[in-house]
Design a protein around this ligand. Structure first.
Ligand SMILES: Cc1cc2nc3c(=O)[nH]c(=O)nc-3n(C[C@H](O)[C@H](O)[C@H](O)COP(=O)(O)OP(=O)(O)OC[C@H]3O[C@@H](n4cnc5c(N)ncnc54)[C@H](O)[C@@H]3O)c2cc1C
Length: 474
């Protein structure tokens, strides 16, 4: 099956030189459900990643970044996992900004956190950032991440000039929208299954300051927030609504809508340092958190406070990059709050015309008591050319659900049916419960992607727990 010497992990010969020996370890995604044990080896430069590939046995290999996917795309039970996350000074030294071209070239092992620490003081910003800066570039490409600016800028893949990809046969190849375009687009959103991304060149955004001008308004219900977004999103680069999914009845879908743009120099006090960037961590969650801390009662109390905290009347404020884009990063290991059973994240998109389905899903969730801290609603713009890219024009809703919540085994398939029936789909980077049939309905271009992938990896070296469950490969 594997393109490289097919030895079982346990009988693999001791690896030579640069890559350290793999170790058996239990891994989970950010949701901390479904742990599996794999041989894990750390490698970040091209030579050691190539060498690590040779350690793969019959259960194949998958790359892992910072493990911020919620489910199992960077797990490979019984096989090999190559951890590719290097935020040491070596990687920082390899981040190269081309001021003339407006691009940055960086190893795939670098996190968006590190990238921002280099880019922002130089007056540049990443074209797309997710709700956490603690993801690697490689992980971001493999998921084709979207941000609060999708309605204006699209997803990460839209901004990639070129990439260097390590293939199953150990050769590295440079790909771009004009050089091997099929492999390029199959790698974007391809969940690490076409090869290992080694390096990425991204077009970046010029900024005048490191602050955001944020417009905040409360919306009393779902109709009000949808109307406000449909009318006004085009006027702002960034837009997101945080919905109180505990509220029911006439308050169903009450939200806080925040929309923002990068602040100009004139928006800051004269004495302010325009490119100051010092994201802070305020607290950490201890390893052992008692189960049941997130009861329906505590989530209700939190959501009430959070809604009331937003100004009753629309207002504008200047905020830092960290507090607007990455508020959750202020609390390290917040995923432990869900206790030992963990949680899953549910994210779907439905076409704009299916706004009745959105209402139905919100209603069903609110009435089911599937407690979620703030759920997030966004409007996606145009899709890109990647067959497995998640975003398409429509409404996307994201929420956390404790994995031990009674009845989710019945509730989720019911919601899936609504979403898929409306021509929508679910986000692979967040998924932990869908079936292979669901994915085929949501991603009709999957066979096209499979053809490209199978050509790039004819012996099926790259695989993962997610790929096996959803029959993406094999
Ligand atoms: C708090 C939080 C907020 C989030 N908000 C958003 C959001 O707003 N928008 C959004 O789109 N996503 C969001 N995400 C999801 C996150 O952006 C993605 O899951 C991202 O891919 C995680 O990157 P990672 O480095 O942790 O990769 P991992 O989770 O380790 O791996 C993810 C995938 O990338 C592949 N991969 C990793 N490195 C490489 C490489 N070098 N070459 C090839 N493949 C590789 C893996 O094989 C796997 O398939 C959020 C996650 C969290 C925890």
């Amino acid at each position: 099956m594997a393109a490289l010497p097919a030895e079982s992990p346990s009988s693999a010969a001791p690896p030579p030189s640069s890559a350290p020996a793999p170790e058996w370890r239990a891994l989970t995604g950010w949701g901390r459900t479904a742990p599996t044990v794999a041989q894990v080896v750390s490698a970040s430069d091209e030579a050691s990643i190539r060498e690590a590939l040779t350690m793969a046995g019959e259960r194949g290999v998958i790359a892992r970044g910072l493990g911020r996917s919620y489910g199992a795309p960077s797990q490979n039970g019984g096989g090999l996992v190559i951890e590719i996350a290097d935020d040491g000074s070596r990687a920082v030294g390899e981040i190269v900004i081309d001021e003339q071209a407006g691009t940055v070239t960086a190893p795939a092992s670098v996190s968006i956190d590190t990238l921002l620490k280099v880019l922002v003081p130089a007056g540049w910003f990443v074209p797309v950032t997710p709700g956490t800066r603690l993801v690697t570039l490689g992980g971001a490409v493999a998921s084709d991440i979207h941000g609060k600016n999708h309605h204006v800028d699209g997803s990460l893949g839209n901004h990639i000039e070129s990439m260097r990809l390590l293939l199953a046969d150990g050769t590295a190849t440079d790909i771009s929208p004009s050089v091997q375009p099929e492999l390029f687009w199959a790698t974007i959103g391809g969940m690490g299954l076409t090869g290992v991304v080694l390096q990425v060149t991204l077009r970046v955004l010029r900024i005048e300051t490191s602050r955001m001008l944020v417009d905040t308004q409360r919306c009393p219900d779902l109709d009000a927030v949808c109307a406000a977004m449909a009318e006004g999103d085009a006027d702002h680069r960034y837009s997101v609504a945080w919905i109180d999914l505990v509220a029911t009845g006439r308050h169903l879908g009450r939200s806080v809508l925040t929309r923002a743009d990068h602040a100009g120099r004139a928006d800051l006090a004269k004495s302010a340092e325009p490119f100051a960037y010092h994201p802070r961590v305020l607290a950490g969650v201890p390893p052992l958190v008692p189960d049941g801390m997130l009861s329906r009662w505590s989530v209700r109390a939190f959501n009430e406070v959070w809604y009331r905290k937003a100004p009753a009347n629309r207002s504008t404020s200047v905020q830092s990059i960290g507090s607007f884009f990455h508020p959750l990063d202020a609390v390290t290991s917040w995923n432990r709050l869900y206790g030992r059973h963990g949680f899953l994240q549910y994210q779907f998109v439905v076409p704009f015309a299916a706004d009745d389905v959105l209402r139905h899903v919100v209603e069903r969730l609110a009435n089911s008591g599937a407690s979620s801290f703030l759920a997030v609603l966004k409007r996606f713009g145009e899709a890109n050319a990647a067959p497995l890219s998640f975003p398409m024009p429509g409404w996307t809703l994201t929420l956390d659900i404790p994995a031990a919540r009674a009845g989710i085994g019945r509730l989720l398939p019911e919601l899936d049916e609504l979403v898929l029936g409306a021509g929508g789909r679910h986000y692979l980077a967040k998924d932990s419960h869908l079936t292979a049939a669901d994915i085929r309905r949501g991603y009709p271009r999957l066979p096209e992607w499979r053809q490209v992938r199978d050509k790039a990896d004819p012996t099926g070296l790259f695989t993962s727990d997610l790929a096996r469950r959803l029959e993406l490969v094999g």
